[in-house]
Design a protein around this ligand. Structure first.
Ligand SMILES: N[C@@H](CCC(=O)N[C@@H](CS)C(=O)NCC(=O)O)C(=O)O
Length: 254
């Protein structure tokens, strides 16, 4: 077999970065980790925008060719590398899996992301002067992302907007509670549906305890406990940034 070079550009093990990190660990695939400091705006530097024109992580680079979009990355990894299969063997099962991953990408993740940015960005950019902040924002390739950075820093979102995103998060959890088919989302097989949902849920029992709790979502809580007990999850959550990294530093992912 030819030697293959696999690299992953990612942030801390949460949300879409966790989503791409976890399958590599579950399958035991070796890769080179490039840990990006998102709050230092590394993802908008021109060299990185050449790798992903959206200026976002995660990005997988396989033998020099990049693949963006965490859900696409995960199917690519499962299809391309040995290790435990993370997609059902049958077409109907794969369709069910994709209904969940699409739901996460189009509905659950955007709502959670707006709420997360509202809670976090203002404090995270407080040390910058307005001019420094604007200079960083100006490099963001997508207008929608520029708006999101500016609006969350200025805290312009209304209570109505925030409540609407919270409603979507509640709906997402209720959907999961109702849709869980067994120990894992689709039943007996652990799949990329579990990976996608867990990557969103990772901090929710702590930060959204009024939504994810024993009383309102007991099956989700049990599933979350099973997820947290997976050795690959434990190892992935333990991934730390390289000390003092100003630019992505190379470290071995496994
Ligand atoms: N649809 C993309 C979304 C990627 C995304 O939202 N990445 C976030 C981290 S979870 C990011 O890079 N944020 C920094 C930024 O937008 O400046 C995917 O699934 O890969």
């Amino acid at each position: 077999m030819e030697l293959q070079m696999l690299e992953l550009y990612h942030g801390s093990p949460a949300a879409n970065s966790l989503k791409a990190l976890l399958p590599l660990k579950e399958k035991g695939v070796e890769y080179v980790s490039h840990y990006m400091n998102l709050l230092e705006f590394e993802q908008h530097e021109p060299w990185f925008v050449k790798i992903n024109p959206n200026g976002q992580v995660p990005v997988l680079v396989h033998d020099g060719r990049s693949i963006t979009e965490s859900t696409v990355i995960n199917e690519y990894v499962d299809e391309s590398f040995p290790g435990v299969p993370l997609r059902p063997a049958d077409a109907y099962g794969r369709a069910q899996m994709r209904i969940w991953t699409k739901f996460v990408d189009e509905y659950f993740c955007p709502a959670l992301s707006f709420l997360g940015w509202h809670a976090m960005i203002r404090t995270a950019v407080k040390h910058l002067t307005p001019e420094e902040f604007e200079a960083r924002i100006a490099r963001i390739p997508l207008k929608e992302q520029r708006d999101k950075w500016r609006e969350s820093a200025a805290q312009v979102w209304t209570d109505g907007q925030l409540e609407d995103w919270r409603r979507r998060v509640r709906t997402s959890i209720a959907r999961m509670e109702e849709g869980l088919r067994g120990p894992w989302m689709l039943g007996e097989q652990f799949t990329l549906a579990d990976v996608s949902l867990f990557s969103m849920l990772i901090r929710m029992p702590q930060y959204y305890a009024e939504i994810v709790n024993d009383r309102d979502s007991p099956r989700v809580i049990e599933w979350y406990g099973r997820m947290m007990n997976r050795p690959a999850v434990k190892e992935t959550l333990a991934i730390q940034p390289p000390a003092g990294a100003e630019r992505p530093r190379r470290s071995t992912g496994r």
